[in-house]
Design a protein around this ligand. Sequence first.
Ligand code: ADP
Ligand code: MG
Length: 353
Amino acid sequence: MPNQAPTEPREEPAAPESTRPAIRLSGLRKHFGDVHAVDGVDLDIPPGEFFSMLGPSGSGKTTVLRMIAGFELPTEGTIELDGHDVSRLAPFERDVNTVFQDYALFPHMTVQQNVEYGLRVKRVPKHERRERAVEALKTVRLEDYGSRKPTQLSGGQRQRVALARALVNRPKVLLLDEPLGALDLKLRQAMQLELKQIQRDVGITFVFVTHDQDEALTMSDRIAVFNNGRIEQVGPPEEVYERPASAFVAGFVGTSNLLGGRGAESVIGRPGLFSIRPEKIRIDGDLAGPAAAGDTSATGTVTDVVYAGATVRYSVALDAGGRLSVVRQNTDGVLEAGRVRLSWRDEHSFQVQ
Ligand code: ADP
Ligand code: MG
């Protein structure tokens, strides 16, 4: 609209609801003395998305979450929630709730009282409080547990109470910091699916922090991969896994081979650093087999065979130089160590920085 008079940014009408991100981080930084915990993060998260922040310990995920929640103030940059700059607002002035790894339930209160607590503080009338808590407990499938004490629950159930306690406030955004970290593997996997289902049911934006790549791949609509206070890549799980933008992402999300130097030049045909997932590589004891069109192949020697039940992992030293790890389903038994030919579709080896 070229003829529109310029307006103060403050008075600019907010973008229509459908296009407004639930969360917008712009040039976000947080320094603790010399430590650049968050070092320039720009990110838009649309409403209703299950968004994960994935990265190794110390990469800045929690600090980003704490800034969104308002527990930390940014050194630089802004945080918008639903089109409004909340960078300087107190936590209780922001329409977000946080679920931490240590659930911090009140041990002397029942489950119902724990879930109602936040509403009691906000002086929500008793009957409404009760109804909303029952509804929240239903959402996390604990409607029959209201009268129990936290000590009478399993770890997974306690985790769901913590979730109900956050959902009862009906926030637009729920922040979850490694909420499944304290659970054992089987329970964690069950809770991953359940949490995803709950997010679909309530339809609010989830920002989920984890260092577990399987968890992020399983649950998320999109993933941001963090490294050293920065985002290396943002995208849907399949994209981040199939097309890692950097060697760091390739190595952190799943396992990947990196082929460089002489080996890359000879096998791929040009210099650079290339990533190839171990499960994309076929391994064949017949060295002279025909090469299929669109395939890259290399010969080598198996130096290591690791049996892992459903799969077998082979380490192969390439004749051209370098080493590739290959994972094969244990369908046709274990291949003997020895000379092999490896092949993969051309597009499965790609250059990374
Ligand atoms: P993550 O959640 O990815 O493990 P954090 O955001 O907790 O990472 O930490 C990022 C970096 O900032 C780490 O080096 C951590 O030691 C540092 N850090 C976090 N909080 C503080 C603090 N309050 N004071 C000083 N350093 C901190
Ligand atoms: Mg953390």
